[in-house]
Ligand binder design. Sequence first.
Ligand code: NAP
Length: 192
Amino acid sequence: MRSTVTLHVVSSLDGFIARKDNSVSWMDSSDVYERGVTDDGAEVGAEVIGSIDCYVLGSRTYEHALQLGWPYGDTPTVVITNRELPSTRESVEFYSGDLKRLVSEILAPRYGNIWLVGGAILGQSFLRLGLVDEIRLMIAPVILGDGLPLFGDSGAEQKWHLKNVVAYKNGFVELSYSRQPTKSISTNDSAI
Ligand SMILES: NC(=O)c1ccc[n+]([C@@H]2O[C@H](COP(=O)([O-])OP(=O)(O)OC[C@H]3O[C@@H](n4cnc5c(N)ncnc54)[C@H](OP(=O)(O)O)[C@@H]3O)[C@@H](O)[C@H]2O)c1
């Protein structure tokens, strides 16, 4: 099975995924996510959620999700931590250690559509290690001014290919990117 790791997060216009106090209420929209500004007929929310085989999250996101209300249903969920955390749900397992091994030996053989849903620390680790195949970035129409930066320590420059844009009437915009294939160097390429 060919597996894909998708980094999915909601960011403010100025690139934060949580306020300094960890709150994420700025992500809530009183309006529904109604398409309208652009609509290219791509999959809609329920189809996307139903296609996810596994969630991966950092321990801080896990603890916050337990407080706010578990959003991952019964879908298998792997929480990355160095601590002994209490197991709260049958669908949750914990992992500590090498993230490349996590993806290649534990996740890829079992799951096709793997969603890495944060937080910033874990997302940046995956990006630095080149473990992210796709990015789905939902931009909220708000400037927070300060907070937890999404891309603070993501490693070397990486080019991404824009696959899709969906703009919702509530002002949110979802950008979907895939990793740009590495350019093969032709023998005809002249040195500059
Ligand atoms: N806007 C959004 O879409 C969005 C999405 C997700 C989260 N959030 C918010 O972001 C905040 C949490 O993000 P965060 O960046 O602070 O933390 P995080 O990435 O959720 O979790 C970081 C923790 O994950 C564990 N970890 C990371 N890499 C590891 C590795 N290689 N091996 C073992 N453990 C590893 C460590 O846990 P231990 O300390 O337990 O060892 C580390 O402290 C919360 O406020 C959450 O609500 C927002």
